[in-house]
Design a protein around this ligand. Structure first.
Ligand SMILES: CC(C)(COP(=O)(O)OP(=O)(O)OC[C@H]1O[C@@H](n2cnc3c(N)ncnc32)[C@H](O)[C@@H]1OP(=O)(O)O)[C@@H](O)C(=O)NCCC(=O)NCCS
Length: 180
């Protein structure tokens, strides 16, 4: 699969000591390196624009290295979809989360997603994401926020899906308590 983690239910290692902070322009290189290590495409110019955009939440996750220094082990962003270009509605979308393969299953994506969902909840009463149906690890990760499938389409928010179809997911943020 193109950069998707293998679906391995129940393979978690327990939580790492994760801290989150807003991404800065100086983090773009580290973000690119995570994309490379994860076998996923990188868009450094778009990342530079995103970190400067107050209408987006772009976060990096840090964990202590063996020497104790903080290192960036994952990152994630949101985007505010405001212009309708296909069947996907306008709104705030969780726009991608990637964790360094050697730091997976330690709660890094969980922390990045909880923080982004809270950021959106402070601004809207619903949140969306789009996903390839083959990316079962991602779908499982987001389940805690009660996302429900809205529709399937070959193009959502302008994104064309490898394999031909993507899923639009939506969660209501009204009085939501995430599943543990
Ligand atoms: C999906 C991804 C972000 C998960 O990152 P992670 O830090 O390993 O995830 P977490 O440790 O926070 O996992 C939280 C929960 O999500 C689910 N989950 C995460 N990865 C999973 C996997 N490979 N298989 C099954 N369930 C998974 C589990 O319920 C997990 O809890 P558990 O470990 O207690 O079982 C990571 O595998 C990744 O970077 N994949 C490539 C990029 C990608 O596909 N991003 C999503 C695009 S929409």
């Amino acid at each position: 699969m193109p950069g998707f983690a293998p679906f391995q239910p129940g393979a978690g290692h327990g939580p790492a000591q994760v801290s989150l902070r807003p991404a800065a322009p100086g983090d773009v290189e580290a973000v690119q390196e995570i994309q490379r290590r994860a076998g996923r495409p990188a868009h450094p110019d778009a990342y530079r624009r995103a970190v400067e955009n107050p209408d987006r939440c772009v976060l990096v996750a840090q964990c202590p290295s063996q020497a104790g220094d903080p290192i960036i082990v994952g990152w994630a962003q949101t985007y505010h979809h405001t212009a309708v270009v296909d069947a996907a509605p306008t709104g705030h979308y969780l726009g991608g989360v990637t964790v360094d393969p050697s730091w997976r299953r330690q709660g890094v994506a969980l922390a990045l997603t909880a923080a982004r969902v809270q950021w959106v909840a402070d601004r809207a009463d619903e949140v969306f994401y789009v996903v390839n149906p083959r990316n079962l690890a991602s779908i499982e990760l987001h389940r805690r926020w009660y996302f429900e499938e809205v529709m399937r389409s070959s193009r959502l928010t302008g994104i064309e899906f490898s394999g031909g179809v993507g899923i639009l997911m939506r969660a209501s943020l009204a009085e939501q308590v995430p599943r543990r």
